[in-house]
Structure formats: C-alpha cells, structure tokens
Ligand binder design. Sequence first.
Ligand SMILES: [Zn+2]
Length: 101
Amino acid sequence: MTTTEVIHRPERTCVGCRQRADRDQLLRLVREPAPDGSADRIRPDLSGSAPGRGAWLHPDAACLDLALRRGGFARAFRGSVDTETLREQLEASVPTITWNR
Ligand SMILES: [Zn+2]
C-alpha cells in the first residue's frame, strides 16, 4: 500500500480482478466479528465509511467469483474470513446486481 495516492482521485484495487478503479465504482466490504466467536464475517459497507480495514470489489458477479476462488478476501483482510454468507448479504444489500450466475 502506498502513501502517495492522488488525493482528488482515490483509486482502489478490486479483490476479484485485481484491477484498479475509482473508489466510487467499487463496493466496500468490511469484516465483522461473528457473534459466536468463529471466523470473522464480511459484510458490505454501503456508506463506505465503516471503521477498520476494507476490501474493494466491483459490483459484479464475475469479480465476486474470482475473489472467492482466489482467496482475495483472506488476503485483503490478512486472515481467514467466513465468506459463506457473503453472496446472500450482497444480494440483500445490493439487489440491483445479479450476484449469482
Ligand atoms: Zn473487479
């Protein structure tokens, strides 16, 4: 991670396709401790301002699949995370996108 990002045009890297994009084109995801103490879960951060480390994803089923297959979330969050409910959460939070293909 570099500290010299251009301030007026912040870019982030999609955890799926690894392409850089303006942050307003990406969906922010944050980790959230599971209530039962198991591996942290991931939830969409629609406000884009939740505290903590975030991961960025194109709102696209292809990028979600890539991230899940390549372990992009574990890399982004530097640890194992439970991605089992992520697709359902995305479907509930961002219903305008077809997350399943
Ligand atoms: Zn992508």
